[in-house]
Structure formats: structure tokens, C-alpha cells
Design a binder for this molecule. Structure first.
Ligand code: NAD
Ligand code: UDP
Length: 336
């Protein structure tokens, strides 16, 4: 069996990837310091799959933690998801983001190099693009100056990985640029579990639906878009997980690969709110609020390259995403 080390595997996206890894016959070895997640997510992954996740509660910045992980396990490759991800917090605490995301990745890469495990999938983001330019983004679209320290960590790590491959082309590195992951596993056992007030749109909507917040503040109603609200490319987290499974096949080749993971279907904030209402037969209170600093009006993925080279395509609709997000939230109103 091929074992995949998943850093940050107890998190929102990581837990869904673990389900797919186990379902597809891979071993899932999770390394997570639980700074933004719960061990319960992994117990739920085991409940869904009937298989075991091997868990190490450890920080990727801790060099010595890798000794045990790499000596006790035969690791085929790494899916690297561990990191901090709150854009606003990163503006206030840039050093914490550089230390955790960039510093942690350096320690991880050194450990991998030492053990000659030179296969990595990295959780990158659409935020690496120039988001004020083209709306439909291809992997070759211009990269930008990120508007936040968080975004900058993704750009820097992509550049580091590019330099590492250039220095030693035995590596197989896949950089996956996620658009806007939402949704949850259809069981409702795992899902997104933000701490405090949600920063992102879908968890905010589900918290309004469950009665925890009064209304959704729609950040900006005067953008140059059909209904005046921002447009994004929302992708079901299980489609995203499937993209990672397909990307693992690239580990059989050496190379540096980059793919967008999105649906290619642009949706405005109001369209998402209305899709949520339709999918769940619920009413969501909302009000147009001032624009949020740093938001681009509109961008979405051209995901053709992942289709052509990985045989991957998102299959779930915005209604599926809204239904599964609500299924998770309504079954777990207080998270894990
Ligand atoms: P998440 O916070 O739920 O998961 C990240 C996990 O990493 C958490 O479980 C956290 O405890 C762990 N972690 C953080 N720092 C760590 C460290 N130093 N050592 C060990 N573990 C650590 O976030 P998520 O939404 O699942 O995102 C996963 C990855 O995908 C992140 O790298 C994120 O930047 C990236 N990403 C997310 C989105 C999104 O919208 N959710 C979009 C693009 C990219
Ligand atoms: N948004 C909003 N209200 C919220 C949270 C988000 O109107 O409470 C908008 C935000 O301005 C953006 C879109 O929803 O246009 C998606 O935001 P999110 O933070 O989920 O992801 P981002 O695209 O910023 O990565």
C-alpha cells in the first residue's frame, strides 16, 4: 500500500482528502498540530471509511518530529496542506504567517530531501494570480503581487518549489491552485469548522441558517459584475479531494506541474445565497455592506489543464455544495 503523509490532514480540506485516500486504497498518515482543527475530524474520517488514519500530533516546524514519521513509515509522497490561512489575521501577524507557512515548508522539504522522499502535492491558491487582470485564469495567466501576507506565503512557496525542482529534477512536485472550496462530505460527519466569526462566505451563510448570526453581510453591491456583488469559482471539497487523488498519479513522473482546481462556473455572492435557499428550502437574511478591503471583483478558473493532464473535472453543482454544507452544519451546529 502506498502511504501518503498529509500535513494539516485534520483540517477542513485535509480531512476530506483523507476520506478519498482511504477509499482509494492509500494509507493516510496525518501530521497536524491541531492549531485550527480537532482530532475528532479524524475519528469521523475513520467512521466514514471504516479504515484507520495514523495520526501524529506535531508541528511541521519541529525538525525532530519527522524522524519518527519517516523511520516508522514507508512514505510514498506528501500532500502538504499545513499552514495558517486567515487573510485578515495575516495582515496583523505577518511574521506568524511567514514562520508557519514558509518556515514550516522549509523544514518539511529538508526532511523529505534527507529521506529521499521527493514527491509533493502543495495546496496553493488562486491568490497567487494577478487578480485585478484577467477574469478567467489559466495556469499561464500573469501572477500577481498578493494583497496579503497569507497570499504572499503561497507565492513564495511556489517559487521555492520551482527552484527546488530546477536544482534537482528527481523531484515530482504538483502545485494545485484551489479556487473557493466549500461543501462537505455527503455523510455530514465532516465539514468546515471555523473558530469564531467565519471569514468566508459559505460558513457565514450556514451560521445564519442555523441561527448563530443574524444576517449575511454582502461585502459590496457596486462591483462591475451583473448583480454588483463579487464573483468567484466555488468548488465542492470532495471534487477538490478527487483532484488530489488524480494528482498523486503524477508522482510516477518527475517534474514540476501546476493545475487550477475550480469548476469554471462563476457565481456571485447573491447567486450563492439564492442557490443555498433553493437547495435547502430556507430563507437567508442578508444586507449589502461596504466592500471588504483587498477583494477583486471577479475571477474564476479555466481548469482545462487538469482535465487534459489529470483526467479530472469537477462534477458537483453549486446546489450540491449548498446542500452538503447545510447537511454538515445542521447536524453539527457547534462543529466538532
Ligand atoms: P485548515 O485550517 O482547516 O487546515 C490546515 C491545517 O493545518 C489545520 O488542521 C491546522 O491545525 C494545521 N496546521 C497549521 N499550521 C501547522 C503546523 N505548523 N504544523 C502542523 N499542522 C499545522 O484549512 P483548510 O481550509 O483545510 O486549508 C488547507 C490548505 O489549503 C492550507 O494550506 C490553505 O492555505 C490551502 N487553501 C485553502 C483554501 C480555502 O479556501 N480553504 C483555498 C486555497 C488554499
Ligand atoms: N463575502 C461576503 N460576506 C462574507 C464573506 C465573504 O460577501 O461574510 C464575499 C467576499 O467579499 C468574496 C466572496 O464572498 O467576494 C468569497 O469570499 P471568501 O472569503 O469566502 O473567499 P475569497 O474569495 O476571499 O478567498
Amino acid at each position: 500500500m502506498k502511504n501518503i503523509l498529509v500535513t494539516g490532514g485534520a483540517g477542513y480540506i485535509g480531512s476530506h482528502i483523507c476520506v478519498e485516500l482511504l477509499n482509494q486504497g492509500y494509507g493516510a498518515i496525518v501530521m497536524d498540530n491541531l492549531c485550527n482543527s480537532s482530532k475528532k475530524a479524524l475519528a469521523r474520517v475513520e467512521e466514514i471509511t471504516g479504515k484507520r488514519v495514523k495520526f501524529y500530533e506535531a508541528d511541521i516546524r519541529e525538525k525532530s518530529a519527522f524522524d519518527e514519521i519517516f523511520t516508522s513509515n514507508d512514505i510514498y509522497g506528501v500532500i502538504h496542506m499545513a499552514g495558517l490561512k486567515a487573510v485578515g489575521e495575516s495582515v496583523k501577524e505577518p511574521l506568524a504567517y511567514f514562520d508557519n507557512n514558509i518556515g514550516g515548508t522549509i523544514v518539511l522539504l529538508e526532511a523529505m530531501k534527507k529521506r529521499r522522499v521527493k514527491r509533493m502535492i502543495f495546496s496553493s491558491s488562486a491568490t497567487v494570480y494577478d487578480l485585478g487582470g484577467e477574469e478567467c485564469l489559466k495556469e499561464t495567466s500573469p501572477l500577481g503581487n498578493s494583497t496579503s501576507p497569507y497570499g504572499r506565503t503561497k507565492s513564495v512557496i511556489e517559487q521555492m518549489l520551482t527552484d527546488i525542482y530546477a536544482s534537482d529534477n528527481v523531484w515530482s512536485i504538483v502545485m494545485l491552485r484551489y479556487f473557493n472550496p466549500i461543501g462537505a462530505h455527503k455523510s455530514g460527519l465532516i465539514g468546515e469548522n471555523p473558530k469564531g466569526i467565519p471569514n468566508n462566505l459559505m460558513p457565514y451563510i450556514t451560521q445564519v441558517a442555523v441561527g448563530k448570526r443574524e444576517r449575511v453581510n454582502v461585502f459590496g453591491g457596486d462591483y462591475n459584475t451583473p448583480d454588483g456583488t463579487c464573483v468567484r469559482d466555488y468548488i465542492h471539497v470532495m471534487d477538490l479531494a478527487d483532484g488530489h487523488i488524480k494528482a498523486i498519479r503524477k508522482f510516477e513522473e518527475t517534474g514540476l506541474f501546476v493545475y487550477n482546481l475550480g469548476t469554471g462556473c462563476p457565481q456571485s455572492v447573491l447567486e450563492v445565497i439564492h442557490a443555498f435557499e433553493r437547495a435547502n428550502d430556507l430563507q437567508i437574511q442578508y444586507a449589502i455592506a461596504p466592500r471588504r478591503a483587498g477583494d477583486a471583483a471577479k475571477y474564476y478558473a479555466n481548469a482545462d489543464k487538469a482535465g487534459e493532464e489529470l483526467g479530472w473535472k469537477a462534477t458537483r453543482s453549486i446546489e450540491d455544495m449548498c446542500r452538503d454544507s447545510w447537511n454538515w452544519q445542521s447536524k453539527n451546529p457547534d462543529g466538532y
